[in-house]
Structure formats: structure tokens, C-alpha cells
Design a binder for this molecule. Structure first.
Ligand SMILES: [Ca+2]
Length: 187
């Protein structure tokens, strides 16, 4: 009871970013790339940059000869804790994206890496400067042991005129531990 009382005084709490190398300043380290076109970029000019913060971001380049209906993703898998609520974020910039879309996705996995639940941010389907994409406040399903945090690019139709770019930077995956057991604060 004493321990519960002490914890109750500290709620709510936010645990730090679970992701490693979340802003790609360490290159590809800790990230898995699926599909074509992924590279870490430090490109910038006077008005724009592939980095939302720091000097690097993750770019997926769509080429003129790429195949229609292609899926691509950059992802990181982390252990999770039952009883917490999680929020994922990233920043997305798109250039000449044509007939494609991109978004942030979170999957909660069971012990056999089976997908228990999937959440997606609002899909980006027109060009934009860096803007926030969020999957917020999702409770962990019973039996979930890990989460995949993923930047997804879906190419509907390969471009004919200009190469396109989807740029991601500053992924976050945070836990908030104040909502799963409301009785806990009143032991
Ligand atoms: Ca960065």
C-alpha cells in the first residue's frame, strides 16, 4: 500500500522516447528498411531541408521506372509494457509525390509476432512541408509484447515526369502511464 501511494503521487508520468536514433543523426542505425529508395539524407538549400531537426532525415525516393502499387517502410521494433498507453509521432515532408501516400503506423504484436492491433496516422496524399503525424493514446492490447513503429510509403502509380520524395524525421514512441488503472490512485 505504501508503494502504491508513492506511485499515485507521481502520476501521470511520461516515459522518454523508446526509439533509438529517432532522428537519423546516426544514419540507418537501429532502423529496418523495406522496399526501394530509402536513404539517409543531409540535403538542404536556403528554404528547405531533409532534416526537421539536426542535420539528417530519412528519404524514400520514388523513381520514374518504379513499379506501380509498391509498398515501402522504415521501421523499428521495441518492447512494450502492459498497462501503459502509447503515443507515436513523426514529421513528414513530401515533394512531387504524385499518385502516392505516406503515413505513420503502429502495430502491437504478440509473442509470436502476430499482429494484435494496428493504428495509422492521417494519410499524407499531397505535397507538404514538414508536418506532424500522430498516433495517440492507444492502449496496449492484452498479450502484446512489442510494437513496430513504421513510416509507410505506398506508391499507387510510378511518376512519369519527376522523381518524388517522402521525407521522415524525429520519430517518437512515448508511454503515458496514467489511465489504465484509475483505481490505483486511490488505494
Ligand atoms: Ca534528424
Amino acid at each position: 500500500m505504501l508503494i502504491a501511494g508513492i506511485l499515485a503521487l507521481t502520476l501521470p508520468f511520461v516515459l522518454g522516447n523508446y526509439l533509438q536514433n529517432p532522428g537519423f543523426e546516426g544514419g540507418m542505425s537501429a532502423w529496418n528498411a523495406f522496399g526501394k529508395g530509402w536513404r539517409v539524407s543531409d540535403w538542404k538549400n536556403d528554404t528547405s531541408s531533409d532534416a526537421f531537426s539536426g542535420s539528417h532525415g530519412m528519404v524514400d525516393e520514388i523513381g520514374l521506372s518504379d513499379t506501380n502499387e509498391e509498398w515501402r517502410a522504415i521501421s523499428q521494433t521495441v518492447r512494450i509494457q502492459a498497462g501503459l498507453t502509447y503515443t507515436a509521432k513523426t514529421r513528414i515532408r513530401t515533394v512531387q509525390m504524385g499518385l502516392s501516400e505516406c503515413y505513420l503506423e503502429v502495430e502491437f504484436l504478440g509473442a509470436q509476432t502476430n499482429v494484435l492491433k494496428q493504428f495509422q496516422s492521417k494519410h499524407v496524399n499531397s505535397d507538404q512541408p514538414f508536418a506532424l503525424a500522430v498516433v495517440s493514446g492507444e492502449e496496449v492490447p492484452r498479450n502484446a509484447v512489442s510494437a513496430v513503429i513504421r513510416g509507410v510509403v505506398h506508391l499507387f502509380l510510378a511518376p512519369r515526369d519527376a522523381v518524388g520524395f517522402h521525407v521522415f524525421d524525429d520519430f517518437e514512441f512515448d508511454a503515458v502511464g496514467n489511465t489504465m488503472n484509475p483505481g490505483f490512485a486511490q488505494p
